[in-house]
Design a protein around this ligand. Sequence first.
Ligand SMILES: NC(=O)C1=CN([C@@H]2O[C@H](COP(=O)(O)OP(=O)(O)OC[C@H]3O[C@@H](n4cnc5c(N)ncnc54)[C@H](OP(=O)(O)O)[C@@H]3O)[C@@H](O)[C@H]2O)C=CC1
Ligand SMILES: Nc1nc(=O)c2c([nH]1)NC[C@@H]1CN(c3ccc(C(=O)N[C@@H](CCC(=O)O)C(=O)O)cc3)C=[N+]21
Length: 299
Amino acid sequence: MSADLIDGKAHAAALRAQVAAAGARFNAERGRPAGLAVVLVGEDAASRVYVASKARATLEAGMQSFTHRLPAGATQEEVLELVVRLNADEAVDGILVQLPLPPQIDETAVICAIDPDKDVDGFHVNNAGRLAVGQDGLVPCTPLGCLMLLRARHGSLAGLRAVVVGRSNIVGKPMARLLLAQDCTVTMAHSRTRDLQAVVREADILVAAIGRPLAIPGAWIKPGATVIDVGINRIEDPAGSGKTRLVGDIDFDSAVQVAGAITPVPGGVGPMTIAVLLRNTVVAARRRAGLGADAILCP
Ligand SMILES: NC(=O)C1=CN([C@@H]2O[C@H](COP(=O)(O)OP(=O)(O)OC[C@H]3O[C@@H](n4cnc5c(N)ncnc54)[C@H](OP(=O)(O)O)[C@@H]3O)[C@@H](O)[C@H]2O)C=CC1
Ligand SMILES: Nc1nc(=O)c2c([nH]1)NC[C@@H]1CN(c3ccc(C(=O)N[C@@H](CCC(=O)O)C(=O)O)cc3)C=[N+]21
């Protein structure tokens, strides 16, 4: 038996088309496009690629894109000043500060400085708190993208056993909260979990956000489970070509034999993250303008 592939690229393309339509409606109502500002500090090559692809996707969705690059040696004050300026800029509906930041900059302080209503990453403590208590806010892109993939496959998730491996503030914790809000029975696992294999085995829905290449083998997975692989790990190609390739946290080749459905890496969760970022930007723009929810953007 071979699992169904969950095509994140196709789901992301569909979401982006919906976001473009909602963005066009916003533009028609308000006489200006929704705007996303991305802040990149330093020259990290991988970050540059993400930032460029976000800017391209933003323009393709009919939104305005503002990219701000600061040198790797930028001070905390310079980053905070830029954030304050973007908070006050009426053309900017969403602000994303690319993480990680260089070591001289306090990430928490920078995230805290972002206007929560423009925090399209959903990392601000106001938005994390809103998610925790079930109030409307801005939800982190990667876990919301995972939830959309799960809803597309299952419809209702009520009563299913979900296991989230990883408890970071940007993926694991918000993922678990979203699944709980969908009435899953949720377990959060992490590096101190005892007998991870037995915990994983319980999962009807398994979300891996660990950051360790191929950490979970197919033999651990419950037959028929839906497996969402958030991990993006660059490893040396085992064929010894000297090239590198991207792999997830799940050992795809063995897991695909056991799971009911599985996301590939690349082409799974990653493309959804960017599509949800655009979705969050239109949601933020509508809320800031005092417009009601746009049904098409609801997960
Ligand atoms: N597709 C996408 O769009 C995105 C992908 N990612 C990818 O997702 C992965 C996770 O990212 P992120 O959440 O930021 O990572 P973090 O490093 O912040 O968190 C990793 C989590 O995994 C846990 N962990 C580490 N080792 C083990 C282990 N052996 N067994 C069980 N749990 C373990 C850690 O536990 P503990 O808390 O105990 O240390 C921690 O909670 C990365 O590969 C990242 O590149 C991230 C963001 C977006
Ligand atoms: N403030 C902030 N918000 C983020 O959301 C954020 C961040 N900082 N820092 C870095 C991580 C990582 N991240 C990814 C987004 C898309 C892909 C993606 O589209 N990946 C493609 C592959 C891309 C490739 O080939 O390199 C895929 O999985 O198919 C990956 C990773 C967002 N992040």
